[in-house]
Ligand binder design. Structure first.
Ligand code: NCD
Length: 357
């Protein structure tokens, strides 16, 4: 199934899972738009590839090999919303694969400022680049742009690096990779209790990760938030349909001893409909500090997509359970794996790894 064979309205109205076949080609991801397009086999495959890449990158020869893979490809990083980690890790990932990189980080410096439509901007990028990685505050825009390009004479892949408050699929991939690595000696993600804390209503990383975790068996998902920030009904409907165990809670401390992973988030006040709206909500109970660690299992982990504010005290940064720095670095490796898979050079990496290790 191809995006060029379906009208935009029909594609747009499909159930998220029904969209998946339109986003993969030759068994590889092409456009990366939504977390729900990945199944367990693909997640395991990407994670294994990321690990092989990490090993290969330890030697100069390995780095030379990786850099040779996509040296004839150019990538556009089109980030019209603030970003530090996602931008830098994608840029580093593309550099590792030898790609040449262009970027637009501020639409006031591009022709969008002169009133050019997103469609025309993206079609312009596709004339000069072989892949567009985009972050935007407009929910669903990456999807629309993927459809537009697939129906143009330059159907280059679009990677969603965060769209609106809805989806952040590549963050969810790196979160799954972090969970898999952390629980490697404990049977993987199956059967674990994952506790999400904070602004779950508008946190796109939580929404995408909650969806990806459906792929694992007997995972218990706990959503801890004040009412106003509780996870969206659309995500709960997906969990219900998949028969996933979940709980909606407001008391963080009582669930902490049961957590295998605690996923903290900041208040996403950029989405407030009126200024100061979020500041009225008391989030002091949705923070973690040194005293809380005493309640946690010794082998549990603390994650955060970052940037953080006060929800994780810096006092706990050196605790072995603080996983957010490693989580961030995992993001780079997963993004290398993803781009390699999009350009179908993943088999070359597996072969090289097989020969060398
Ligand atoms: C997140 C985002 O942009 O959604 N950041 C990130 O990509 N690591 C989380 C956030 O901004 O709170």
């Amino acid at each position: 199934m191809r995006l060029s064979e379906i009208a935009w309205e029909s594609f747009h109205n499909l159930d998220v899972y029904a969209k998946a076949p339109y986003l993969h080609e030759h068994g590889h991801p092409f456009h990366v738009l939504i977390a729900e397009q990945f199944d367990r086999a693909q997640l395991d495959e990407l994670s294994a590839l990321a690990t092989q890449i990490r090993f290969i990158a330890k030697s100069d020869d390995g780095m030379d090999f990786l850099r040779s893979l996509l040296r004839n490809k150019r990538v556009m990083l089109y980030f019209s919303q603030p970003s530090t980690r996602t931008f830098l890790s994608f840029r580093a990932a593309c550099q590792i694969l030898g790609m040449r990189i262009g970027d637009v980080r501020d639409s006031s410096t591009s022709s969008e400022f002169k009133g050019e439509s997103h469609e025309d901007s993206v079609r312009t990028f596709s004339s000069y680049f072989d892949c567009i990685i985009m972050r935007t505050k407009i929910g669903g825009l990456a999807e629309k742009m993927a459809w537009v390009l697939s129906n143009s004479e330059r159907p280059v892949p679009i990677v969603n690096a965060g769209s609106g408050s809805d989806q952040h699929p590549t963050q969810a991939l790196l979160d799954v990779y972090t969970l898999l690595r952390s629980f490697e000696a404990r049977g993987g993600i199956d059967g674990k209790t994952i506790v999400f804390v904070g602004d779950l209503a508008r946190g796109r990383t939580v929404r995408s990760l909650a969806s990806l975790l459906i792929n694992y068996k007997d995972v218990r998902q706990c959503f801890v938030a004040p009412d106003r920030f509780q996870i969206g009904k659309d995500i709960l409907a997906r969990l219900n349909a998949a028969g996933v165990k979940y709980e909606l809670l407001s008391d963080f401390k009582s669930i902490l001893p049961e957590a295998d992973a605690v996923y903290m988030t900041r208040v996403q006040d950029e989405w407030d409909s009126e200024k100061g709206e979020s500041a009225k909500i008391d989030i002091s109970r949705y923070c973690i500090g040194a005293n809380d660690l005493k309640l946690m299992r010794p082998n549990a982990i603390i994650m955060h997509p970052l940037p953080r504010r006060k929800e994780i005290s810096t006092d706990i940064d050196h605790d072995s359970r603080a996983m957010y720095w490693r989580q961030m670095r995992n993001g780079m490796w997963v993004r290398v794996a993803l781009i390699a898979a999009i350009f179908e050079v993943d088999n070359k990496i597996r072969e090289y790894h097989g020969k060398t290790y």
